[in-house]
Design a protein around this ligand. Structure first.
Ligand SMILES: Nc1ncnc2c1ncn2[C@@H]1O[C@H](COP(=O)(O)OP(=O)(O)OP(=O)(O)O)[C@@H](O)[C@H]1O
Ligand SMILES: [Mg+2]
Length: 247
C-alpha cells in the first residue's frame, strides 16, 4: 500500500504521516518505507530520528564524482550504493529524506537515476508513506504518482478547504495514476467538522484535536510510541485498517 499526503502548509500532513507509520508498526505491518519529500523536511524529527543526510546532498556529491571515475566503472551501481547509504534504517521502517537541490546544474541524469532507484527501492516495501511539501508542486513535478491513496489533509477553515479542492482537481487532471483520493479533516484547533467539501463524497477520516500530539510537537518530542488510546492515533488507526482492508 502506497499512500502520499498532500495539503496546505501547517494542516497536519507530517503529523498524519508519523501517526500512520506508528500505527503500521504497532499492527506489525512492516517493512515500511517512509519518504520525506518535503524540501523543508521534518518527518525524521516526528519519528524521533537524528538529523538525516538527504538524497539531494548525496546526488550533489555523486555529480561531482561523475567525471573522475575510471573508465568501465558501473556508474549506475555507484549511484545506487551511494544513495542507499543515506537510508536511515530502523526497526520496521526505513526513512528516505529527499532534501533540496543546491546547485543550478543539469539534473537530467540524476533525475533519471533517481526515478529508477526509487522504483526499485519501493518494490522492497509493502508499505510506503510519503510526506510532501505544502501546496501542489509535488503534483505538478509528478513526484507524487502511482499511489494507492492520496490523502488530502484539510482543516475546517475556508482557505484550507479551497486548497484541498484545488489539490483534488490538479491530481485528477494530471493523470498521476492515483487510485483513490481521500479527504482527511484535521482539527488542529478544537472545533466541529460537519460536511465534506464539493469534490469529495465523504470525509474518510476526521482527526480530532489531540492535546498530546500538540504537546509533543511543542516540546519537539517524537510521535512514535504515542499512546494508541489518545484521540488522534485512535482515529488514524481506524482509517489505516480500513485502507489496508480495501487495498
Ligand atoms: N490532531 C491534532 N491535534 C492537535 N494538534 C495537531 C493535530 N495535528 C497536527 N497538529 C499540530 O499542528 C501543527 C502542524 O502540524 P504538521 O507539522 O503536521 O503540519 P504540516 O502540514 O506537515 O506542516 P508543513 O506544511 O509546514 O509541513 C503541529 O504543531 C502539530 O502538532
Ligand atoms: Mg510537514
Amino acid at each position: 500500500m502506497k499512500i502520499g499526503i498532500a495539503g496546505k502548509g501547517g494542516s497536519g500532513k507530517s503529523t498524519l504521516a508519523a501517526l500512520i507509520i506508528d500505527c503500521l508498526l504497532k499492527n506489525g505491518k512492516t517493512p515500511i518505507l517512509a519518504v520525506d519529500a518535503d524540501p523543508n523536511h521534518s518527518l525524521g524529527e516526528y519519528l524521533g530520528l537524528d538529523k538525516p543526510s538527504t538524497l539531494m546532498e548525496k546526488m550533489e556529491e555523486l555529480l561531482q564524482l561523475k567525471d573522475k571515475l575510471p573508465p568501465g566503472m558501473d556508474k549506475a551501481l555507484l549511484w545506487e550504493m551511494g544513495i542507499a547509504e543515506i537510508l536511515q534504517e530502523n526497526k520496521g521502517f526505513d526513512l528516505l529524506t529527499m532534501g533540496r537541490t543546491e546547485g543550478a546544474g543539469c539534473y537530467c541524469t540524476a533525475n533519471n537515476l533517481l526515478r529508477t532507484f526509487m522504483e526499485r527501492l519501493e518494490k522492497n516495501y509493502p508499505f510506503v508513506v510519503m510526506d510532501n511539501e505544502a501546496g501542489m508542486e509535488h503534483l505538478s513535478r509528478r513526484t507524487s504518482r502511482e499511489l494507492d491513496y492520496l490523502a488530502i489533509v484539510a482543516n475546517p477553515f475556508p482557505h484550507s478547504l479551497k486548497s484541498a479542492e484545488r489539490i483534488w482537481e490538479i491530481s485528477r487532471d494530471m493523470d498521476l495514476e492515483i487510485k483513490e483520493r481521500i479527504l482527511i479533516m484535521v482539527e488542529t484547533i478544537p472545533g466541529e467538522i460537519k460536511d465534506p467539501i464539493k469534490p469529495f463524497r465523504e470525509i474518510a477520516c476526521t482527526i480530532p484535536f489531540d492535546q498530546e500530539v500538540l504537546s509533543r510537537s511543542l516540546q519537539n518530542l517524537p510521535l512514535l510510541g504515542i499512546d494508541s488510546s489518545s484521540p488522534a492515533p485512535r482515529a488514524v488507526e481506524k482509517l489505516v485498517l480500513e485502507l489496508i482492508a480495501k487495498n
